[in-house]
Write a new protein. Structure first.
Length: 259
C-alpha cells in the first residue's frame, strides 16, 4: 500500500521539517538507539522520499543534531526554572547542576548523541566565549558571576569556573551512561556528591554547612553502596546451594581398604 504523502505546497517546507524531526525523535525514543534513526526509516515514517529529507538536512548527523537540539532547548528551560526557584548562589548552582544530571540520565540516548558521539557532536562546536550566551550555560555563568560579586565564591574567572563545573557533571553522567554495568550505588548520591565537592572548591570560605554536607553525602554514598553489595551477596546464596561433601567413590573406598 502506497503511503507516500502528497507533494508539499509552496511555503509548507517548514511543516515537513517539523514532521521529519518528530518522526526521528519518535524512532529514537522507541528504539533507544541513534543507529536506528536512518534517513530511510524517517522517510518511511513521514511518508516522503529520502531526497526530501536532504532538502532540510545535509546529512544524517545534522538531522540527529536537530532532534537532540530540541531536547536541549527543553533542558535550558528546565535549568532556568530550577535556578529561578533558588535565590542564593550556592543553592542556585546546585539546582542547575542537579537539573542537568537528572535530564541527562532521563534522556540517555539524546545525551549520548549530542554530547558523546563524535559525528553528531561535531555539529556543535563553540568557543567558551560564544558559549557564555548559550541557552542553559548562560544561567550557569550568571550564577557563578553573581556568587563572585557577592563574595560567596572566590575571585575566580566565572567563565572558566562555569566550564569546570560543566566538566564535572558531564563527566559523572557520561560515565554512568557509558558504563551501566558498574555498580555506582545510589545515582543521586553519586552526582550530588560530585556537585557539592565542586561547589566547595568555589567557595571563598570553604567551611561551614556545605562542607559538612559534602562529608555527610560521602558517608551516605558509602553506606548505600555497602548495603547494595550486601544485598547482592545475600541474593547469590540461594537455598539448597550449599555444597555437601561428595560420598567416596568405590575406587577410593577399595584403595583405602588395601592399605
Amino acid at each position: 500500500m502506497n503511503t507516500r504523502r502528497p507533494r508539499a505546497k509552496r511555503g509548507q517546507g517548514e511543516h515537513l521539517r517539523t514532521e521529519i524531526l518528530d518522526a526521528a525523535e519518535a524512532i529514537l525514543h522507541e528504539t533507544g538507539s541513534a543507529d536506528k534513526v536512518s534517513t530511510r526509516a524517517v522517510a518511511q515514517r513521514v511518508g516522503c522520499s529520502s531526497p526530501s529529507i536532504y532538502l532540510h538536512f545535509p546529512d544524517r548527523a545534522q538531522m540527529l543534531f536537530a532532534v537532540c537540539e530540541r531536547q536541549f532547548e527543553l533542558l535550558a528551560s528546565q535549568i532556568r526554572v530550577a535556578a529561578d526557584a533558588e535565590p542564593e548562589p550556592v543553592d542556585r548552582l546546585r539546582a542547575i547542576a542537579r537539573t542537568y544530571c537528572e535530564f541527562a540520565l532521563a534522556n540517555q540516548e539524546q545525551y549520548r548523541t549530542m554530547m558523546m558521539d563524535t559525528i553528531a557532536g561535531a555539529a556543535y562546536e563553540q568557543t567558551l566565549e560564544a558559549m557564555r550566551t548559550e541557552l542553559g550555560f548562560d544561567v550557569l555563568y550568571e550564577t557563578v558571576q553573581a556568587g563572585v560579586d557577592a563574595n560567596v565564591f572566590a575571585a575566580v574567572d566565572p567563565l572558566r569556573a562555569s566550564f569546570n563545573l560543566w566538566c564535572t557533571v558531564h563527566g559523572v553522567v557520561s560515565l554512568m551512561i557509558a558504563k551501566p554495568s558498574i555498580e555506582w550505588g545510589d545515582d543521586r548520591a553519586l552526582y550530588e556528591g560530585a556537585i557539592d565537592q565542586s561547589i566547595v572548591g568555589l567557595l571563598a570560605r570553604p567551611s561551614g554547612p556545605l562542607t559538612r554536607k559534602v562529608e555527610a553525602t560521602q558517608v551516605a554514598a558509602k553506606k548505600v553502596a555497602a548495603k547494595k553489595a550486601a544485598a547482592k551477596k545475600a541474593g547469590a546464596k540461594k537455598p539448597g546451594a550449599t555444597k555437601t561433601a561428595a560420598p567416596p567413590t568405590a575406587a577410593k573406598t577399595g584403595a583405602a581398604r588395601t592399605r
